[in-house]
Design a protein. Structure first.
Length: 448
């Protein structure tokens, strides 16, 4: 292992990650990725819809309008292969970043002017556009992060990225709910649209990462841009192991993903005000998520990703049971704090562990496509169930729903036990092209 890789371990690695210009860039880009998500694909949107009187079944179905976040691997090959034509002067990664960020800002502003209580059609169309642009932004950001540092540094940079992402969630969650409570939903969404200028400026000032040497030297035709990332993944891992990895990633955060859409309605139905939800879930809870993210980054550096995958999977499942306690004590603020503490701490921990693992599986010659595929699979099963989760709750109860979500960890643990024996699978840098080329004249990597 090189000195470059060793220097990223433990607390020293976290401090070094925060001290590099790349960390500041990832902080701001993470903010841009986190800001639109709750507004178009999760709790803030569902809370807004419930606030204007929509039923739970409709809310669950409308959440499917954000499905582009799960399908971004379909157009990620274009992000890997080409720069966006109108902004190609910025380079392959930044050209897509700038356009997607601007479209997200416009779509959020348009959502501010919709009236979902009267007609949800316009809202759904703008959510579709914002979802497509937000998913494109995420693909470009993930590729950018993986390409600016070696695989051994990904846990540290994932924690840095997560900090920015969580700041975005704070403003899109607590900030938007506070504004909605006192100034209305229109002002809330317009303010969020204006905040997208932060990642836009960051993209304009950031340095474009240098593409891997093999990508620069080899010509890939249009059709090849779509099939080569997938053939590369299976040629590296083999068919059986490759499929097992895809299924494992898809199941890993299922217990967390399945309850996401119903969280906002559950809080309202439990007797909490929008201000309570903003304070506990979207302010206090975000900081618990940040703590979990940094704990995950240090834990991966200290004990490796394999053991931490097991800890994270168990933690995410058990944290769902805290909502059962909350359901037994409706309107009790202490129960709200207990549930949010457990849920967000393990969400943050599991998120960084999974990012580090997925980054280690990615060939840097096809960064955006392979990572987008893994991220999409990490959200796909839960998104399907989330779309009908309102009907499940109405047919049973919130308590039964949360207990069911916790039990869904069993297939994940069985598959992890099968993967456990393949120790080399969990080593950083095992994928061809997974380490960036030295560019600073000292054998190290120049971080933008």
């Amino acid at each position: 292992m090189t000195a470059e890789a060793v220097s990223y371990k433990g607390w020293r690695g976290i401090r070094r990650a925060f001290g590099t210009p790349s960390a500041i860039t990832m902080l701001m880009l993470g903010f841009g990725s986190g800001l639109p998500f709750l507004l178009i694909a999760s709790m803030t949107l569902s809370t807004r819809l419930r606030d204007v009187g929509l039923d739970l079944g409709s809310i669950g179905l409308i959440s499917l309008a954000s499905f582009f976040y799960l399908l971004k691997f379909l157009w990620a090959p274009l992000i890997d292969r080409y720069a966006f034509p109108l902004t190609a002067f910025l380079g392959r990664r930044r050209s897509w970043l700038l356009v997607s960020q601007l479209v997200v800002a416009v779509a959020l502003a348009a959502l501010a002017l919709t009236r979902p209580g009267e007609d949800v059609t316009a809202l759904v169309w703008w959510v579709l556009l914002a979802s497509f642009a937000g998913a494109t932004q995420d693909s470009a950001v993930d590729a950018y992060r993986i390409e600016i540092a070696p695989a051994s540094a990904q846990a540290a940079l994932a924690a840095t990225y997560t900090l920015g992402y969580r700041f975005g969630l704070i403003l899109a969650g607590a900030g938007a709910l506070y504004l909605a409570e006192f100034r209305g939903w229109e002002v809330a969404y317009l303010a969020m649209a204006a905040l997208m200028l932060i990642p836009v400026v960051t993209t304009l000032l950031a340095r474009e990462p240098v593409a891997p040497e093999s990508t620069v030297q080899r010509r890939i035709d249009f059709l090849g841009a779509f099939w080569q990332p997938f053939s590369s993944f299976f040629s590296t891992n083999g068919l059986v192991l490759g499929l097992a990895l895809l299924v494992f990633v898809g199941l890993f955060k299922f217990p967390d993903q399945v309850i996401g859409v119903m969280a906002g309605p559950f809080y309202l139905d439990s007797g909490y005000s929008k201000a309570d939800i903003a304070t506990v879930s979207k302010l206090y809870g975000i900081w618990m998520g940040i703590a979990g993210a940094f704990l995950g980054g240090v834990a991966v550096a200290a004990w490796g990703v394999r053991a931490m995958l097991f800890v994270a999977a168990i933690g995410v499942a058990l944290s769902n049971l805290a909502f059962v306690l909350m359901a037994q004590y409706p309107s009790e603020i202490w129960a709200f704090y207990v549930a949010i503490s457990a849920d967000n701490l393990f969400q943050g921990f599991a998120g960084v562990v999974l990012i580090a693992f997925m980054s280690s599986l990615t060939d840097r010659n096809f960064t955006a496509t392979q990572y987008a595929l893994l991220v999409s699979l990490a959200n796909l099963p839960g998104k399907f169930v989330g779309g009908v989760s309102g009907y499940i709750v109405e047919a049973t109860s919130y308590v039964s729903f949360f207990m069911f979500s916790a039990l869904t960890v069993v297939p994940t643990l069985l598959l992890l036990a099968w993967l456990w024996r393949r120790g080399n699978l969990f080593q950083p840098g095992r994928v061809a092209g997974s380490e960036p080329q030295p560019r600073d004249g000292r054998g190290g990597t120049t971080l933008p």
